[in-house]
Design a protein around this ligand. Structure first.
Ligand code: HEM
Length: 304
């Protein structure tokens, strides 16, 4: 499907959602996508639709292959992909950076994430005046990349206290800019001082990102080991769970047996997982009552 068609479909879907959310948002002089972008950003249930059309969503899908440098190694790049890039030496003050919103300085547009400044002029349809993401221009609005709070309070470089998944999201956004745009310098702020040297906060942020990436990696491995079951509910048949060689979105050469999987021993947090024979004695797994141990399908709630 070509990009314009994809974008049109997404915009139409978005308009339908806005109309459903609050029809008054579609009226008025301001571009509703710009003014009410936070409405989209919070509608995370749209993410699968966006993914289907090959368009990213707010929290970019993270690649488990991405790796980070440790906080103790040379500090500059956020990720391996950025390691190869030539390190630019230019340091912007906040005031200087604020000039690069596409209206001054020859129409140049710069944005910063995690203190690194990127030239995004070729994405002026997004970041330029009137663009859907113009609020990111001329500042380091790192936090908003993962919170979706596109207000002055939200568009800040303080990334303390975020969820682990948010740190992974930030890492992925930083990687995205490193790959798709030109890294041109640093901005004085939380991450770098006026000489472009990393601050204490920079090293702390690296630790947050590194810990979150490790957690995500382990979580991904766990999901591969114990993929989700398929679930089927029909009032006349009740609820049935079953395993297939693609359940939970994990394509594999085994099917597995449905089991209750507890997040920790003694925890009440449970989901259905497909387990291979070799893992069936894992203490986090419990068989479903009234379901043969070697069954691929289990009736877990009887019909009404
Ligand atoms: C935290 C929430 C979000 C953030 C931070 C965000 C950020 C961005 C950014 C920075 C771009 C430009 C990317 C580039 O330079 O190529 C972009 C593009 C786009 N975003 Fe979002 N976005 C968010 C949520 C959403 C949601 C919820 C939707 C839709 C309902 C959406 C739809 C789009 C579309 C259609 C594009 C253009 C994609 C293309 O043509 O390749 N975004 N977004």
């Amino acid at each position: 499907m070509n990009k314009l068609l994809k974008l049109s479909i997404v915009v139409l879907l978005g308009a339908a959602v806005i109309a459903w959310y609050d029809p008054s948002l579609l009226t008025g002089n301001t571009n509703p996508f710009v003014k009410y972008h936070h409405v989209f950003a919070k509608l995370t249930f749209l993410n699968p639709v966006l993914e289907f059309f090959g368009i990213h969503h707010g929290k970019r899908p993270s690649s488990s292959s991405s790796t980070q440098k440790t906080a103790d190694t040379p500090p500059e790049p956020v990720t391996e992909s950025s390691k190869a890039a030539n390190e630019p030496t230019r340091v912007f003050t906040k005031e200087e950076l604020a000039k690069y919103k596409g209206e001054e300085e020859g129409g140049k547009i710069y944005i910063a994430i995690l203190g690194k400044v990127f030239d995004v002029t070729r994405g002026k349809d997004y970041y330029g005046p009137g663009g859907g993401y113009a609020f990111f221009s001329g500042i380091d609005g790192s936090r908003a990349f993962v919170t979706g709070t596109f207000t002055a309070e939200g568009l800040i470089d303080d990334i303390e206290g975020l969820e682990k998944s948010d740190y992974v999201g930030l890492r992925d956004w930083a990687d995205f800019y490193m790959k798709d745009y030109t890294y041109i310098g640093k901005v004085e702020g939380k991450f770098y001082d006026i000489n472009g040297n990393p601050t204490k906060y920079y090293y702390q942020a690296q630790k947050w990102i590194k810990a979150a990436s490790k957690y995500k990696e382990e979580e991904d491995i766990f999901k591969e080991k114990f993929p989700m079951c398929n679930v089927d509910y029909k009032p006349e048949e009740g609820t049935r769970v079953w395993c297939s060689n693609a359940s939970g979105g994990v394509k594999r050469d085994w099917v597995g047996f449905p089991r209750s999987l507890y997040s920790a021993e003694g925890s009440k947090n449970v989901r259905c997982a497909c387990a291979q024979e070799s893992d069936l004695d894992d203490p986090l797994l419990k068989p479903y009552p009234n379901c043969p141990l070697d069954a691929v399908t289990c009736q877990i709630v009887p019909p009404k």
